[in-house]
Design a protein around this ligand. Structure first.
Ligand code: ADP
Length: 174
């Protein structure tokens, strides 16, 4: 699967493709709290990175929802993987919006702390964790834009499906 750029302006790009193919300095993993691998994008990242990723994951003591931790990228093209644990959607007003925003903020801050110049995000929490795609896209774009006001970093929002890409495009083209 090749990466198709459907939006590019300033430091933000929207890409349709497989995040494990990204060549940015870091890719973000929508991990679960064990940091030992799972389904969806997490499984794909672990498969491509190789078993060393799980071994490093074991040393990290897990990760809380809304937080992020960094590892090497091993056999991935990306040098780093930033693992963040998104909230499971339980219905509105359970605090998931703030937790999802925190995933983006903490991941971006970790990237900055490690001198990372380019980063690719999947649509955190919008798969198995069931966060509705449109508000998730709004939170992602809001947090990325806020961060880019003060920091210089290339951010790629990688979508596995066209519906997610369309939400990003609608928001970014507003
Ligand atoms: P979560 O448990 O956080 O919901 P999922 O992996 O189930 O994580 O899904 C998060 C998002 O990642 C979904 O939009 C899903 O379509 C997408 N996704 C799954 N595999 C990949 C991949 N290889 N590259 C990019 N995005 C992916």
């Amino acid at each position: 699967m090749s990466q198709v750029v459907v939006y590019s302006s300033g430091n933000i790009q929207v890409v349709i493709g497989d995040i494990t193919e990204e060549e940015t300095d870091a890719i973000v993993n929508a991990a679960n709290s064990t940091l030992l691998g799972g389904g969806g994008v997490d499984g794909a990242i672990h498969r491509k990175a190789g078993s060393e990723l799980k071994e490093e994951g074991r040393t990290l003591g897990g990760c809380l929802t809304g937080d992020a931790k960094i590892t090497g990228g091993y056999r991935l093209k990306a040098k780093y993987v930033i693992h963040t644990v998104g909230p499971i959607w339980r219905g509105e007003n359970a605090g998931e919006e703030e937790l999802l925003a925190s995933c983006y903020r903490k991941s971006l801050q970790l990237a900055k702390d490690h001198g990372i110049q380019s980063i690719s995000f999947p649509a955190i929490s919008t798969g198995a964790y069931g966060f509705p795609k449109k508000p998730a896209a709004e939170i992602a774009v809001r947090e990325v834009k806020m961060f880019l006001k003060e920091n210089d970093l290339q951010v790629r929002l990688v979508c596995f499906d066209k519906e997610t890409a369309q939400y990003y495009l609608n928001i970014l083209n507003k």
